[in-house]
Design a protein around this ligand. Structure first.
Ligand SMILES: [Zn+2]
Length: 326
């Protein structure tokens, strides 16, 4: 047994958390799962699997410090620690295993190859309705608008001129401040899904607070568009646990994670070249791309990215075409 040191665990988790995280304005909260996650580091009873030294989530310099699997996955007591029947969150009181906090990440491989995904995905059940990658010559462009709204017109123009329909995960507080944003996106025929009302880390909320985050968004969406929002959901910061996955699913939602993300909540060293390269270098079948609306460089690169993806023979799809892995 190789216990992971607390600081290493923290660093790894922090790095993974940031990868999955979202918006510049909310970045500080991205670190909040860290303290709650540390106890697991001591629970690593299995030898560290050697399978993923390549396991660097996304192009972050920090990721190289994480040659071991995420502390969360090594430590996860899910299969053994619960004598209970399953991890599905229908129990009145969730077990400790169901509350183990995770941050979504993936392990990039060579261009064209589908990345590896965290070990915890193996415990997902069909009922939990999670998706993160598709199959075939399809790409799913998902745009996270839980933070600043930048270059909106440029974005919409780039999508329209290239005949691309994107999937938008928008937080309600953004829509409240800027209802025209939503209306333009809906008018252009894009797919809009639920990204909560206030973009908080769900691992820090009670069940009631979570339900309210989701239903408040539904009500606002209906008020502004006259329609029900699509029952697709993205956890703010990619921060989830098994209980919350089940809870969200019990409200009718499929949770959408991703297979490409970028450190796009901070300025990019090489401008629009960076998002272009990050995406093209990880392009693979069924690619679910996460990009943040709050990145100017993303918006500048968007038209070129759309063109190049199509040139490589991919079509753009909507997340409601993705099938759950289970
Ligand atoms: Zn977000």
């Amino acid at each position: 047994m190789k216990p992971i040191t607390k600081s290493a665990a923290l660093l790894i988790l922090f790095s993974a958390t940031l990868i999955g995280c979202a918006d510049k304005s909310l970045l500080p909260t991205a670190s909040s799962p860290i303290p709650t996650a540390t106890p697991q580091a001591t629970a690593a009873a299995t030898p560290t699997p050697t399978s993923k030294p390549t396991a660097t989530p996304v192009p972050t310099p920090k990721a190289t410090t994480a040659p071991t699997p995420s502390p969360v996955s090594t430590a996860t007591p899910v299969p053994t620690a619960t004598p209970k029947s399953s991890v599905v969150g229908t129990n009145p009181k969730p077990s400790a295993a169901e509350k183990v906090p995770y941050s979504w990440y993936y392990m990039k491989k060579k261009t064209g190859q589908v990345p590896d995904f965290p070990k915890e995905t193996k415990s997902f059940t069909a009922d939990q309705k999670a998706v993160w990658v598709g199959t075939g010559k399809k790409v799913y462009l998902t745009i996270d608008a839980g933070g600043p709204l930048i270059e909106v017109d440029l974005m919409l123009k780039s999508l329209k001129e290239n005949g691309v329909k994107a999937n938008f995960f928008i937080s309600g507080n953004n829509i409240k401040k800027n209802p025209d944003y939503l209306k333009k996106i809906v008018a252009d025929g894009h797919f809009v899904a639920n990204h909560t009302m206030t973009h908080k880390d769900f691992n820090e909320l009670s069940d009631d607070q979570i339900r309210k985050e989701i239903t408040d968004f539904e009500a606002l969406y209906k008020q502004l568009t006259g329609k029900e929002v699509e029952k697709y959901f993205r956890f703010p910061f990619g921060s989830y646990n098994m209980h919350n996955l089940s809870l969200v699913s019990s409200m009718g939602y499929t949770s959408v994670f991703w297979s490409t993300a970028m450190r796009d909540w901070e300025p990019r060293a090489n401008g629009a070249e960076d998002p272009y390269n990050d995406i093209m270098n990880n392009l693979h079948d069924g690619n679910v791309i996460l990009m943040h609306q709050g990145s100017e460089e993303n918006m500048q690169a968007l038209a070129r990215i759309c063109k190049e993806i199509k040139k490589k023979g991919y079509e753009f799809g909507l997340v409601n075409e993705l099938e759950s892995k289970k």
